[in-house]
Ligand binder design. Sequence first.
Ligand SMILES: [Zn+2]
Length: 163
Amino acid sequence: MTQQINLLRTVKFTYIFLLISVLLSCQKEPPELKIYPDVSIELCPFFYSFEREAAKRGVIVDLRNAAIKGRLTKINGSAVGICIKHDMKEILIDREFWERSSQLIKELIVFHELGHCYLHKSHNNQTATNGTCESIMRSGLGGCIDFYNENTRDDLLDEFFSN
Ligand SMILES: [Zn+2]
């Protein structure tokens, strides 16, 4: 009988311990919810993944501190993203383009614009022998074909954060 009660207690305590662990882990800020002032909520997960991908490659990026703004808007003309640099830096992404794009393409465009606005990169249309772009800083005005996918992402981001 005593043994049974002890067992019950153990089970109860294990349960409470697990419950506390789960509750504590939920208090951590989920990565996709990091907020940046003056950045549209849709763009925030990509600002944060920019910081994480940079950190993986030994580049410390703090976009909150850099005070780069970002929003979705209507862009006239052929561009789907713009980096505005004057006193303040701001990234604009065409809303219509955003709504029809996959997560990877959204990442490509946000990273490209942060490449201009934060990393001060200019365009690089270097082309591989198979015709694909060797950099996500391609101008997008022809010359090479975008090839940003699950398989090429790591290499392209290595290139992006390396110089
Ligand atoms: Zn560009």
